[in-house]
Structure formats: structure tokens, C-alpha cells
Design a binder for this molecule. Structure first.
Ligand code: PEP
Length: 244
């Protein structure tokens, strides 16, 4: 019986990488005993990325199960090719594709219903942090998911707290800043279910080999969602080891 949330390190390649990089990771990203490693390449590479050493995750899914939604990918399709995880509501999707809290919640529910673990992303822009509105902003993102998913959210979901001002900027939240929001998220979740005690809450935003350990040492930080540093095998490996 586990006594703490699972440590998870997920690499979000965004729209980067190619088949040769997939091959490099598939051959050389070795299994780690304690940490669940997840590789999230662009969707066209998901099938090629499969390995016994790590799990594979998509970067998005449709909130619909099938139909006239050109360019979208359903959770059943992801499941069929062996995806265990799907990142949902990444800030780049919220910004570039105008995904609302409601749509993100619908996608999370679709993933849960299909048996795929959603990595539900939340996080505030800089102006919200500067105005002192972090808890309210992140709280609303979480509430939208809880309202739609209820108790089912606690079956296998993962949350990633990614302050937008820290994504791809080189500005990491300090371990204390990140822990403060992670503790808030867990407190909000605990109001709904005791199972929140075991939910993995990942931090994302300029995690690198040299700052990973201090972040992962925080009591409510249970791993990371890694963008830029997940594209280089050696740096991604070091971050995974920092969580082990
Ligand atoms: C991300 O894209 O989820 C991310 C955290 O990016 P980076 O690590 O590059 O800041």
C-alpha cells in the first residue's frame, strides 16, 4: 500500500523532436525504480515512442469521442495506441486555442471516463501573481474540473501547477513559491476527497537539472512537467534521477 503520492516526471516535447530523437530516448532512457517517467512527444510520434522503460502521454485530446472535429484526436484513439497519460489544459493550449476552464474540465472528464490519466494543468499569468490573485485564479481552474468530474477526479488524475511566467522563460518559481501553491491545491482537493492526499501534483516551469532536486524535495511537489529540458536526453535523465 503506497503511503505517499507517486513521483512522476513527464517530458512535454511540445511541437519539437523527430523520429531520430524518439529512437535515442527509446534506446537510452532507462527504467527508474521509484519514479514514473512519462514521455509526451507530438501525437504523430506516440506509437513510435512506446517503451517498457517509461509511459507515453499525449499533449492534448478532444472533449468529444468521435465525429466531425478535423485535426482533433479522441481519447479512445490514444488508448488504442497505448497512451497512459494525456496533458490537458496546458497554458499554451489555453492561450493559442482559447481553451476555457469549462473545456479543460470536459477534456479531463473524457480522459478519466476512457481510463487515461489526465495531467490537468493550472497556473497563473504574471499579472495575476503581481496583483496577489494566485489562489483565486488557480482555485477557479481547479473548481471547474471538480464541478464536472466530482469524485471521479480522484481515481487516477494528476495535476500540474505551471505558473505561466515560469514556462520557457528560465524564471523558475522558488521551491517555497511553488510549495505554497501546491499546498493550496491539495487543501482545495482535500475539501472534496481524502484521496487528494495521494494525488501527484507536479510542478512545471523552467525545471532544470540544477533546480529539480530542491523543487522535488518540497512536501507537496510530487515530480515535474518538463518542457525545454526534456528535449535533451542527458538533462531529462538528470531531472528524472533527481526525483528518484
Ligand atoms: C511546459 O511546457 O510544460 C514547461 C514547463 O516548459 P519549460 O520546462 O520549458 O518551462
Amino acid at each position: 500500500m503506497p503511503i505517499a503520492p507517486k513521483m512522476i516526471v513527464a517530458g512535454n516535447w511540445k511541437m519539437n523532436g523527430d523520429l531520430s530523437r524518439i529512437e535515442e530516448f527509446r534506446k537510452q532512457l532507462s527504467h527508474l525504480s521509484v519514479v514514473e517517467v512519462v514521455l509526451c512527444p507530438p501525437s504523430v510520434y506516440l506509437s513510435s515512442a512506446k517503451s517498457d522503460n517509461y509511459a507515453v502521454g499525449a499533449q492534448d485530446c478532444s472533449e468529444f469521442l468521435s465525429g466531425a472535429h478535423t485535426g482533433d484526436i479522441s481519447v479512445e484513439m490514444l488508448k488504442e495506441i497505448g497512451c497512459k497519460y494525456v496533458i490537458i489544459g496546458h497554458s499554451e493550449r489555453r492561450q493559442d486555442h482559447l481553451e476555457s476552464n469549462k473545456q479543460v474540465a470536459a477534456k479531463v472528464k473524457t480522459a478519466i471516463d476512457a481510463g487515461i490519466t489526465p495531467i490537468a494543468c493550472v497556473g497563473e499569468p504574471l499579472e495575476v501573481r503581481e496583483a496577489g490573485g494566485v489562489f483565486e485564479y488557480v482555485g477557479e481552474q481547479i473548481q471547474a474540473i471538480l464541478e464536472l468530474c466530482g469524485d471521479t477526479f480522484f481515481s487516477s488524475s494528476v495535476i500540474a501547477y505551471e505558473p505561466i511566467w515560469a514556462i520557457g522563460t528560465g524564471k523558475t518559481a522558488s521551491p517555497e513559491q511553488a510549495q505554497e501553491v501546491h499546498a493550496f491545491i491539495r487543501k482545495e482537493l482535500l475539501k472534496v476527497s481524502e484521496k487528494a492526499q495521494m494525488m501527484s501534483i507536479l510542478y512545471g516551469g523552467s525545471v532544470k537539472p540544477d533546480n529539480a532536486q530542491a523543487l522535488f524535495a518540497q512536501p507537496d511537489i510530487n515530480g515535474g512537467l518538463i518542457g525545454g529540458a526534456s528535449l535533451q536526453l542527458e538533462s531529462f535523465k538528470k531531472i528524472c534521477q533527481a526525483a528518484n
